[in-house]
Write a new protein. Structure first.
Length: 78
């Protein structure tokens, strides 16, 4: 799985990485270094985060479907 960013998203992410390094680590890094770090995170970390999001969405939908079953049972006439 490959995460694709728009040009604007990529530029913002690179800028954010550079800002983080500047403020948190008191280091300056180049655009290339920030882009390589971003590529690493997109390749190695993003799929795991995406999969966790899918699990959360599935759990939410499963709960909602369960609620729907109860709602339909309450509507049934005797």
């Amino acid at each position: 799985m490959s995460v694709k960013l728009t040009k604007e998203q990529r530029e913002k992410a690179v800028s954010d990485i550079k800002y983080y390094y500047s403020k948190e680590r008191e280091e300056e890094i180049t655009n290339l270094a920030a882009e390589l770090l971003l590529d690493f995170f997109l390749k190695e970390i993003a799929p795991q985060v995406y999969n966790e999001g899918l699990k959360d969405a599935k759990a939410w939908f499963t709960a909602k479907l369960s609620d729907l079953d109860v709602d339909f049972m309450l509507l049934e006439k005797e």
